[in-house]
Design a protein around this ligand. Structure first.
Ligand code: GDP
Ligand code: IMO
Ligand code: MG
Length: 421
């Protein structure tokens, strides 16, 4: 069976922390989409790690970690990422498996990302500039290079051909701000490093595990509102971030999908451009950013902050078929006297409970329900029952609105700051 854990908002919900926390219950943890645009933070025993491409189960000895076919891999970033974790888990490569069908991010994909963003001016997406969009574009355009290709004798020729194709596009953008030579040296060093890893047909690996009755956890990257189909297009990422993406991103049949765990923050954040109906452009928003340390794990960019958006959350629960909810960062709201959550939108004078087809063009006014806050000290030391009643009210309202139970509450970044219900 394959359970899924994914973000229900605009990313950075805390997927890394929870995937790591759940890992002891699973034999395999697998990433199915995205790439080094992701930054998944894990904290345990006073140590902190940020993973970009490697699944968040890597720190557990008995779990295999698979980078699936749906992921795009930048070998240079992967090498750097491994350098950050190798002292903690020197034997990481025994349990890391990489799909031969995962597409490679080339140095020119990154340049293209930068060129494309620059050409958009004020309308830029706010991409992480990791080359994600151009790499997925080549994948669907049938012009990509895959991990398995690095073992072919004509890999260099494939690379040259792709590079020339990209240089023409870069010239079209009249973009000159890059040093390809230095990047290429790093790239080919990283390719040699990648060859030392277990490059596999991951669809067989995962289906084999399922046949043997093993438990697989698919770890989403980004968030459902960044999904290329249903997110706030065009201010989205270039992959299917929803539960539906697990089947194509790992090569498994829908009948093997088990539970879907949806993660959300007790408030809301977004990094990059695009609509955000509950955004707080005021002191309260600034306070959430400070208290929640809302700065990108990958890029360090300040995240935009706002109240919980239950309209959007209900939409993403529907799209994913969420069975259980996991609420993160409730501690950031400790001590705030009144908390709000959007329960409907007003668009052109009409009230609606639906996310409109184009959140980017419609002027959306969020309508709020207000809640009494909880105490500054709420720590969770006495389990769920010991938590403040106003906090439990907030959770109950959310559960009723979303028709799904909140099964895990996170009250801090460490593994231990987690309460199961
Ligand atoms: P991901 O991309 O979904 O894995 O999330 P990120 O790692 O980008 O961002 C989540 C941030 O919140 C990280 O810095 C985590 O260490 C931190 N975090 C996770 N859970 C909690 C929590 O319950 N409370 C607080 N205060 N921080 C948390
Ligand atoms: P995790 O997995 C938050 C956002 C970018 C930008 C848009 C497109 O850590 O939750 P891209 O680089 O994919 O072309 O950027 O998507 N974005 C993320 N925001 N968390 C992420 O990942 C993100 N990955 C991409 O900021 O707005
Ligand atoms: Mg993140």
């Amino acid at each position: 069976m394959v359970d899924i854990i994914l973000g229900l908002q605009w990313g950075d919900e805390g997927k890394g922390k929870i995937a790591d926390y759940f890992t002891p219950q699973y034999d395999v943890v697998a990433r199915f989409q995205g790439g080094p645009n992701a930054g998944h933070s894990l904290e345990f025993e006073g140590k902190k790690f940020v993973l970009n491409t490697i699944p968040s189960g890597i720190f557990h000895k008995n779990t295999a970690n698979v980078i699936g076919n749906g992921v795009v891999i930048d070998p240079v970033r992967l090498k750097e990422e491994i350098a950050r974790i190798v002292s903690e888990c020197p034997d990481y490569s025994d349990r890391l498996y990489i799909s031969k069908k995962a597409h490679l991010i080339l140095p020119t994909h990154r340049v293209l990302d930068a060129a494309s963003e620059k050409s958009k001016g004020d309308d830029k997406i706010g991409s992480t500039l990791r080359g994600i969009g151009p790499t997925y574009r080549d994948k669907t355009g049938r012009a990509g290079i895959r991990v398995g290709d690095i073992l072919a004798t004509d890999f260099k020729e494939m690379y040259e051909k792709a590079k020339q194709f990209h240089l023409q596009q870069i010239a079209f953008f009249q973009f000159t701000d890059f040093d390809l030579e230095a990047e290429e040296i790093k790239f080919f060093e990283a390719i040699e490093f990648l060859k030392k890893h277990q490059l596999i047909n991951s669809e067989y690996f995962i289906n084999d595990a399922i046949q043997k009755g093993k438990k697989v956890l698919a770890e989403g990257a980004q968030g459902s509102m960044l999904d290329v189909e249903f997110g706030t297009y065009p201010y989205v990422t270039s992959s299917v971030t929803l539960a539906g993406g697990v089947c194509s991103g790992l090569g498994i049949a829908p009948k093997h999908v088990g539970k879907v765990f949806g993660i959300f923050k007790a408030y809301c954040t977004r990094v990059g451009g695009g609509p955000f109906p509950t955004e707080l452009n005021d002191e309260q928003g600034e306070m959430l950013r400070k208290k929640g340390n809302e700065f990108g794990a990958t890029t360090g960019r300040p995240r935009r902050t706002g109240w919980l958006d239950l309209v959007a959350l209900k939409y993403t629960c529907m799209l994913n078929g969420v069975d259980e909810l996991i609420m993160m960062k409730s501690d950031v709201l400790n001590g705030i006297s009144e908390i709000s959550a959007a329960t409907s939108y007003i668009i052109q004078g009409e009230k609606t409970l639906e996310v409109p087809a184009n959140l980017c063009t419609d002027e959306v006014h969020a309508v709020y329900e207000n809640f009494e806050g909880w105490s500054e000290e709420m720590s969770g030391k006495n389990g769920f029952d010991g938590l403040d009643s106003s906090f439990k009210n907030y959770i109950q309202f959310i559960e009723k609105y979303l028709h799904a139970p909140v099964k895990v509450v996170s009250l801090g970044p460490e593994r231990d700051n987690t309460i199961l219900r």
